[in-house]
Design a protein around this ligand. Structure first.
Ligand code: ADP
Length: 691
């Protein structure tokens, strides 16, 4: 029991596994840990650098975009200021012209005519402006005088249009619907005959209600009734002492704004757009059209425009678009700023207010494009760490494989000699001798082997000495013992000479003890003879049953004294002949039966049973009803001088009986085995070959 406990607590593992485990724990795990840590650091650093880089790029781009938006707003503001100034100059000139009596030439007068609808208009282009006097009111002398007075504005109007490429046209509109416009076009074809000019935004936005300060103001984007397309106007009131006489204006078309003002290059595929005070997108370049899903109103339909209203549709108003709601909200709160938006891809939008007009310039850049270099770098770093990880995995797979092979080889190298050593030791423990020293490549093993050889030599020398001593001693003991026994028997058989019962019992005791002692001495002698190989045998066909009977007869006295009965039990018709040395067989049986009696209980039984032992053998069971032998002790009973605790008990013996018996059974070519249960008795079985 104690033995198996030890085994479960100290589970031994094979050398190969032990080597492998120590490789793994001592080298591989730390190595792998370090490698992975480095990789993680590399990857982490990459990610950190990317984040920092991306932030820096974003910050820089935001700054650049804001800067660009601010600068552009300033540029536009300056351009618009120029136009405002021109508008003012033109307004003042108009005011003066309206007050001075006319000095118009007859030729100029001659290019004017009345239409059937009562429109007074210019019929031909002489390089000056076009005139359209709506037929909404009758046009008489006084009205014609107004036309002649303003005719002197033509050179100024021409100069203004030529002064700035942004300017599309310049005009004046009077409260009674006189329109003078430069450059010339066929007014009758374009304008409605009864047009009420003050109802248009480019007139009323300059009146006292909308413009009490009388400044130059900018209109929202509208479609030009004069046919120049979508435009915005700088308009300025012209007042006399009593009333608002006229409103003058300078038009710039959206097209020119897109082409000339918004034609700027910004980082990140950026572009700029203009938003009016009411949130209408005034001008939008192509990229913006794609982003917002709009088409700038460069084309136009006059019929529709003049019939409906002249303003841009609602999807052009940033306040009415959900995708720009965030921007619109932010723009209401601040003159300038920057915000991140999502147009299906991330964008940055920076706005700036254009002084004077109150328009907003919005610069928009694609954040993805801005971050492309950083993203590329990150992707590269990611790929590098991926490749590194793969290489690492590959390297370690190969490394593991090599290591596994090494461990196998190494364990083989060590295990093989260990096995040999183990075999040698087992051999020695069986009484064998080790004479040749094996050759090992490991010094320690070589040393162990050397010691083993010398140990084996010493052991066999000691064993020989012991056997020699035992045999000499036994010889010396046997002669006097035989004498004691002989004389005792003479005394016992001395006829006619009365011996009282008490003395007779003493003589019996002497005879029993002497027989026991003689058997023991002969046993020791046999053992040493067997060990020295000098045991002589005489094999012949012997019937086992008479041998068993005789043996029992010699032991009957002891058995009777102990109250142990005896029985022979043979299978019917069993051939009980065996090929053996009858002396050896009788000693084997004597030993087994004697033990069966000795270690039995009073009133117990010893049965010798003969069974068929296969085609060429016979089983002889010696069964007792005695104390039995615990399983874990069974192997010890064949060890010489081992008595399993009976050393100091009442049952006499030397502990050599069973070891001798086993050797004897081997000598006569048989086998001895044991089946026993503690407290229930034992069965010793001898198998012997048949003739
Ligand atoms: P000895 O009988 O002289 O002690 P043996 O070699 O005959 O020596 O037996 C060795 C030990 O085996 C004994 O001491 C005893 O403990 C045990 N033994 C032998 N035979 C039996 C048996 N039939 N029943 C129980 N124990 C036995």
């Amino acid at each position: 029991m104690a033995h198996s406990d030890f085994e479960t607590k100290h589970k031994a593992i094979p050398l190969k596994k032990w080597l492998w485990n120590s490789y793994i724990s001592a080298a591989l795990i730390p190595l792998l840990l370090i490698e992975l840590t480095f990789l993680a650091i590399y990857w982490g650093t990459g990610e950190f650098v990317y984040k920092r880089g991306a932030q820096a790029v974003t910050d820089l781009s935001q700054a650049a975009l804001s800067d660009a938006a601010g600068r552009e707003a300033q540029t536009i503001s300056r351009k618009l200021q120029t136009i405002e100034a021109l508008t003012k100059v033109y307004g003042d000139a108009t005011g003066e012209a309206l007050e001075q009596p006319s000095d118009v030439s007859e030729a100029e007068k001659a290019r004017h005519s009345y239409s059937p609808d009562g429109v007074f208009y210019t019929t031909e282009d002489n390089g000056g402006s076009a005139v359209f006097y709506s037929g909404i009111f009758p046009i008489d002398e006084e009205e014609r005088e107004k036309v002649w007075r303003t005719a002197r504005l033509d050179p100024l109007m021409k100069s203004i249009v030529e002064a700035d490429p942004l300017i599309a046209q310049v005009y004046l509109n009077s409260f009674d619907s006189l329109n003078r416009i430069y450059p010339y076009f066929d007014v009758l074809e374009i304008f409605a005959p009864k047009m009420d000019i003050p109802s248009y935004n480019f007139y009323y936005e300059a009146d006292e209600v909308h413009n009490p300060e009388g400044k130059v103001v900018w209109t929202d984007a509208y479609i030009d009734p004069a046919g120049a397309g979508w435009m915005v106007s700088a308009i300025s009131p012209v007042k006399s002492a009593e009333k608002l006489e006229a409103v003058v204006g300078i038009d710039i078309t959206i097209e020119t704004i897109v082409e000339q003002v918004l034609d700027i290059s910004l980082t990140g595929d950026g572009y700029a757009m203009l938003v009016g005070r009411d949130g209408t997108i005034l001008a939008l370049p192509e990229q913006g059209e794609r982003d917002l899903g709009l088409t700038e109103l460069l084309d136009h339909s006059y019929d529709q425009a003049i019939l409906d209203d002249t303003f841009k549709p609602s999807e052009f108003n940033i306040f009415r678009r959900t995708d720009l709601a965030e921007l619109a909200l932010a723009m209401q709160d601040a003159e300038s700023g920057i915000i991140d938006l999502d147009f299906g891809h991330p964008v940055m939008a920076s706005w700036s207010t254009i002084e004077g007009s109150g328009w907003k310039l919005i610069a928009i850049a694609n954040a993805d494009v801005l971050l492309t270099p950083s993203n590329k770098l990150r992707d590269t770093l990611g790929m590098v760490s991926g490749v590194m990880l793969l290489a690492l995995v590959l390297f370690y797979s190969v490394y593991f494989a090599i290591l596994w092979r090494r461990a196998s080889k190494m364990s083989d190298n060590v295990a093989q000699p260990l096995h040999e050593l183990e075999a040698d030791m087992a051999d020695i423990s069986q009484g064998g001798t080790l004479s040749v020293q094996r050759v090992h490549s490991v010094a320690e093993l070589q040393m162990v082997n050397k010691h083993l050889v010398s140990m084996s030599a010493k052991l066999s020398a000691a064993s020989r000495a012991k056997s020699a001593f035992l045999s000499a001693m036994s010889h010396e003991l046997r002669t006097p013992l035989n004498a004691i026994l002989g004389y005792t028997q003479i005394l016992q058989m001395a006829e006619g000479k009365p011996i009282d019962a008490g003395r007779m019992a003493d003589l019996d005791q002497i005879a029993r003890s002497s027989t026991e002692l003689l058997m023991m001495v002969e046993g020791v002698m046999d053992l040493s003879r067997i060990e020295q190989g000098t045991m002589s045998t005489n094999f012949e066909a012997v019937d086992a049953i008479p041998v068993i009977r005789q043996t029992y007869v010699s032991l009957k006295a002891v058995a009777d004294a102990k109250g142990v009965s005896f029985d022979i039990d043979a299978e019917p018709k069993l051939d009980t002949t065996v090929m053996t040395d009858s002396g050896a067989l009788s000693r084997v049986l004597a030993q087994l039966i004697s033990n069966g009696v000795k270690y039995n209980v009073s009133g117990g039984k010893v049965t010798v049973r003969l069974r068929d032992g296969g085609p060429d053998g016979l089983f002889i069971d010696v069964e007792d009803t005695g104390t039995g032998i615990a399983e874990e002790r069974q192997k010890d009973i064949f060890v010489p001088f081992e008595r399993l605790g009976h050393e100091n008990g009442t049952i006499s013996g030397a502990g050599v009986g069973l070891s001798l018996t086993r050797r004897l059974v081997e000598v006569i070519g048989g086998r001895l085995s044991l089946k026993s249960e503690e407290g229930r008795g034992s069965v010793f079985t001898v198998w012997l070959p048949r003739p």
